[in-house]
Design a protein. Structure first.
Lengths: 285, 270
């Protein structure tokens, strides 16, 4: 059973002044987007800035409603406004800038914000907050003010704030875009661990190809459309297609691709460096 | 600039730190009223003595108290100087139109001592209570006001968010100033008017980014199912403990003492 089903999703911003005349002229931010996400899956959504991937993210927890097509989250139609909060309980959204999504000036109180909004019993909130902070490895910082933390730590607190609401799925909208390499590594390993150990469905929106390599499935978007999707191996093997749309492939894959073009005998384009090294050794020795 | 401690909370583990913030706020109010109810030196001494006792109990370094007193020393001097010349009755000292009476001297001493104790006792509250506890306690204390349609939860939420964003905006001001200086902005010389004008290119980007942050925060809060105060629970429950009742009892005794002094001993002021 699919957890999220998007059927021919269309979204456009409607200018309130000239609703009637210009509708035909406005470009669709999302244009006929269909995809599914299964329970427990780790899906990466790739694309350029402005390709509509953040718009998809906001659709997944009913912050934006489709102008056309349908989106189902756990079989609930997101256009049903009475179900908004039910959907947001199931799908948590982590945004790009960690500073702007933390509410309280103490880490543990910020993590408690979500469950407090849900009206959870105080004792249960305490349990969830502790468990969420341990899950992102920030328990020792629970009494710190957020502005004393590094970017990666703040983003992990933001993730803990979502985990404390015990969602089935977490959507992360470029969670590493404002972080340094160390913070990026911290956040990525946290995400992967949550997916593996807690079975939380992850939708990771990113423009770093390297982060998509470890996903179960990759969806590539360009100009409001789904360009291609499949396992990372399938997607990144289509080097020509991606290059045509000014998208990169992981460096290792690009190396294999170029070698292959020069006539080196490599059958598959590797995604990980150790795998690539093994292949190259086979060819060379 | 980043080191400005908002509310100047001083973490420690004194008995005052562990009191319920609600009882601390109520006790502060009682003290403020009490300070202005003293009418003779005995009751004033009683209040001053208890203020000192509270200050010592807080286990906050005394230099922090001196720091907060230093800021208002000028105000104290001016107000007591004014009171000095306002007394009525037999002049003790006369020089031209300046007449100083015994009542004037008493008034001056009272007003100075009152203001100083006021500052000391309210600093104790901010030193011993974290800003979060304060807003939390205020929300709960103001709860009865919601019958008059006062948006108590919203006010408390705004204070929480303001506290969260003060250090962020300070940091951002630093960054913008550095950026403008890098482009040749001169903020440290020229007349006062010129310096104020030099701040405009700092304030405008600051405002723009504050609005953007506010929008993003609103989105993030909505993502976390925020829907106002209704149906909301809290992780931390405030609970009045024995020490809270004891401290309230002690302050009631103090009030009784001051009232007795005021009634049975001659009035010095007013």
């Amino acid at each position: 059973m699919d957890f999220i089903t998007a059927q021919n999703l269309v979204f456009r911003y409607i200018d309130e002044d000239d609703q009637q005349e210009n509708i035909a002229n406005t470009r669709n931010v999302l244009d006929d987007v269909s995809f599914t996400v299964e329970k427990g899956e780790f899906v990466a959504l790739l694309g350029h800035n402005g390709c509509g991937k953040s718009t998809v993210a906001k659709h997944l927890n009913a912050m934006l409603l489709p102008s056309g097509g349908k989106l189902y989250v756990d079989s609930i139609d997101t256009t049903d406004e009475s179900e908004d909060f039910a959907i947001r309980r199931k799908v948590g959204l982590v945004l790009q800038n960690p500073d702007n999504q933390l509410v309280a000036s103490v880490v543990e109180e910020d993590v408690a914000f979500g469950p407090e909004n849900l009206g959870v019993e105080p004792k249960e909130i305490r349990r969830r907050v502790d468990s969420a902070l341990r899950a992102v490895d920030m328990y020792d910082y629970r009494n710190q003010p957020p502005h004393k933390l590094s970017g990666g730590q703040k983003q992990r607190v933001a993730i803990a704030g979502i985990i404390a609401m015990e969602p089935d799925c977490i959507v992360l909208d470029e969670p590493t875009a404002m972080l340094d390499p160390k913070g990026r590594e911290e956040v990525m390993s946290t995400i992967k661990r949550l997916n593996k150990e807690r079975g939380i469905t992850i939708v990771l929106i990113t423009h770093y190809m390297d982060e998509a390599v470890d996903a179960d499935r990759v969806i590539v978007m360009d100009e409001g459309k789904v360009l291609t999707s499949g396992t990372p191996q399938e997607v990144f093997s289509q080097v020509e297609l991606l290059k045509r749309h000014r998208l990169d492939v992981p460096q290792v894959t690009e190396l294999c691709y170029k070698l292959k073009a020069r006539g080196v005998n490599i059958d598959t384009l590797s995604l990980h460096s150790d795998e690539c090294i093994k292949k190259l050794l086979e060819v060379l020795l | 600039m980043r080191d400005i401690a908002f509310g100047q909370y001083y973490p420690s583990n004194s008995i005052l730190h562990r009191l319920d913030p609600r009882s601390k706020i109520l006790l502060l109010v009682a003290f403020i009223v009490l300070v202005f109810c003293t009418v003779n030196y005995v009751s004033l001494a009683l209040v001053v003595f208890s203020v000192f006792a509270v200050v010592l109990l807080s286990k906050v370094p005394l230099r922090l108290y001196f720091k907060s007193l230093k800021m208002i020393v000028v105000i104290v001097l001016i107000t007591s100087a004014l009171n000095l010349f306002y007394g009525t009755g037999e002049p003790v000292f006369e020089w031209g139109i300046i007449k100083i009476t015994l009542a004037g001297i008493n008034n001056a001493i009272f007003i100075a001592v009152r203001i100083l104790s006021l500052i000391l006792i309210s600093s104790t509250l901010t030193f011993t209570t974290s800003p979060n506890d304060l807003t939390d306690a205020l929300e709960r204390l103001m709860k009865p006001l919601s019958i008059f349609k006062v948006k108590v939860h919203e006010i408390a939420m705004m204070m929480t968010i303001a506290l969260r964003f003060v250090p962020l905006l300070l940091e951002e001001t630093d960054k913008i100033m550095a950026a403008q200086k890098a482009r040749g902005a001169d903020m440290e010389s020229g007349s006062l008017v010129q310096r104020i004008k030099a701040l405009i290119p700092v304030l405008i980007p600051l405002f723009v980014s504050a609005f953007r942050r506010a929008y993003e925060l609103a989105v993030a809060m909505e993502c976390r199912c925020y829907q106002g105060g209704e149906g909301r629970t809290r992780m931390k429950i405030l609970k009045m403990k024995a020490k809270d009742y004891v401290s309230i009892f002690v302050v009631i005794i103090l009030i009784v003492g001051v009232v007795l002094c005021n009634v049975y001993l001659p009035q010095t002021v007013r």
